[in-house]
Design a protein around this ligand. Structure first.
Ligand SMILES: [Zn+2]
Length: 76
């Protein structure tokens, strides 16, 4: 789950390389969030829970990036 949260960070905060499983763009060239989520869904056999959790992690990551952007702007 920590790996997925890491992979869901906005692209501008990380270096993007191809996912080692599906080849789509992924932070740090690790397995992308899509591939990791599929693995997690299969593991717990509950797609809905994974989708809901992923959405909230993604929203939190985006909010964090936005706040950091404002903080940077306020410092100038
Ligand atoms: Zn992938």
């Amino acid at each position: 789950m920590a790996k997925i949260a890491y992979q869901l960070r906005p692209p501008e905060t990380t270096t993007m390389s191809p996912c080692k499983l599906c080849g789509s763009s992924s932070p740090g060239g690790q397995a992308c969030s899509d591939c990791l989520c599929l693995q997690l869904e299969a593991l717990i056999r509950n797609k809905g829970a994974v989708v809901r959790w992923t959405k909230s992690v993604k929203a939190a990551a985006e909010d964090e990036a936005l706040i950091l952007k404002y903080a940077q702007r306020a410092r100038k």
